[in-house]
Write a protein that binds this ligand. Structure first.
Ligand SMILES: *[C@@H]1O[C@H](CO)[C@@H](O)[C@H](O)[C@H]1NC(C)=O
Ligand SMILES: *[C@@H]1O[C@H](CO)[C@@H](O)[C@H](O)[C@H]1NC(C)=O
Ligand SMILES: *[C@@H]1O[C@H](CO)[C@@H](O)[C@H](O)[C@H]1NC(C)=O
Ligand SMILES: *[C@@H]1O[C@H](CO)[C@@H](O)[C@H](O)[C@H]1NC(C)=O
Length: 345
């Protein structure tokens, strides 16, 4: 298959690369056919040859790798490579993946000696001996605003100038705005999303549980101590023989509860791991202490060590009490966070 038919060796390269074909050979031999690095895009370019795509990466300090779609001569340059973004590296028919490091930097011509900044790209005359280059702004950088979760980005999202990305807020934040981040021509993001940290309304509130083993009492789940080594830190535990254990927090006012998070126990200093005891856990809410039966959610588990289990309640789940229960021995909670909005009466 004549994938990259004629790799003409730019005449000026001869002086740097002896032999030129030999140096490019490394890059071609390490191509990952049928692969692509997803959602780490700086910029994409239609109608570019493969070598020009590689050069585009070489002249962009932020670029670490490229994806190339043969069928449409479509080039994508990425700000990570498959080592740093392992989970985003995937099979994708028709694509070729290549890493910047596998190509001789001399391919960038005059730009191989440029000192452009991370958010710039070096512009030069392709295939010419011209020593001239200039650094121009190319992207807005990786958004780092507090609370922004970039896992919601889409395939076409990019951080380059005039591009945009979709974002959402992490759990524990409330979101306003449409979720767009737009990279403006001045290299600054325009955020159409605001993530505001939600207060944990369970913190320091009264708590009770069905039974208590030793000193592992219900208040340990709302004491702001987020350690998960059971022996050292403060967690809750229900007593031996209690096969219908529950824990109940009193928010002391009625809230529209959006989510409940459970911080599971971790591996202790003796290397004991009992984190899988967190399973078949039901979370309910209620207006009175004796009737905490409105479903919020369920966690089938089994939990893993120090897992933060997030349970989202259906919209407009209202209550003052939050109950966490299961039907097997030993309910252990290292911390319980509850998020919600006060219901004004
Ligand atoms: C991938 O990127 C990292 C960080 O920029 C770099 O250290 C590494 O050498 C790159 N290439 C490979 C093949 O891991
Ligand atoms: C880059 O710098 C080196 C050493 O300073 C020089 O030999 C080489 O010719 C320069 N390359 C280009 C393309 O300007
Ligand atoms: C979401 O992104 C964070 C870092 O920003 C990462 O730690 C986490 O594993 C990601 N979650 C998923 C589901 O990809
Ligand atoms: C580009 O990066 C440089 C530092 O590398 C920084 O000083 C500058 O503010 C950045 N420009 C924009 C528009 O973010």
């Amino acid at each position: 298959m004549l994938l990259f038919q004629i790799i003409s060796c730019p005449w000026f390269l001869i002086s740097f690369l002896v032999p030129c074909y030999g140096s490019l050979q490394l890059g071609f031999s390490k191509l990952q056919r049928g692969h692509r690095l997803d959602r780490k895009l700086i910029q994409s370019f239609p109608e570019l040859s493969f070598l020009d795509c590689v050069i585009e990466c070489l002249v962009t300090p932020r670029c670490k790798s490229v994806n190339y779609f043969k069928g449409a001569n479509f080039c994508e340059i990425n700000y990570e490579n498959k080592t740093t973004a392992e989970t985003r590296y995937m099979e994708s028919a028709g694509w070729v993946y290549s890493e910047k490091e596998h190509w001789p930097k001399e391919l960038a011509g005059a730009c191989s000696n440029s000192t452009c900044k991370i958010n710039q790209t070096c512009k030069h005359k392709r295939y010419s001996e011209d020593k001239f280059f200039e650094c121009v702004l190319s992207d807005c950088g990786i958004p780092d605003q507090n609370g922004i979760d970039l896992n919601a980005t889409r395939r076409e999202d990019a951080i380059g100038l005039h591009r945009r990305i979709h974002a959402s807020c992490f759990d524990g934040y409330s979101q306003s705005g449409s979720g767009w981040l737009i990279c403006q021509s001045n290299g600054e993001w325009k955020y159409d999303i605001v993530c505001t940290v939600l207060p944990n309304i369970a913190l320091g509130k009264p708590a009770a549980q069905s039974s208590t083993k030793l000193h592992y009492n219900a208040a340990n789940a709302v004491d702001d101590n987020r350690g998960t080594d059971f022996g050292v830190h403060k967690c809750t535990v229900t007593d031996d023989g209690d096969t219908n254990p529950w824990w109940r927090g009193d928010l002391q006012a009625v809230y529209s509860i959006t989510s409940v998070r459970i911080l599971n126990r971790g591996i202790d200093q003796h290397n004991t791991d009992l984190s899988d005891r967190l399973r078949d856990v039901t979370v309910t809410v209620g207006l009175t202490e004796s009737d905490v039966n409105t479903p919020c959610g369920f966690f089938a588990g089994p939990g893993t060590a120090s897992q933060l289990v997030v349970i989202d309640c259906p919209t407009s789940t209202q209550g003052r009490f939050v109950k966490i229960s299961k039907t097997t021995e030993f309910l252990t909670l290292c911390e319980v966070d509850v998020f919600g909005v006060l219901v004004l009466s």
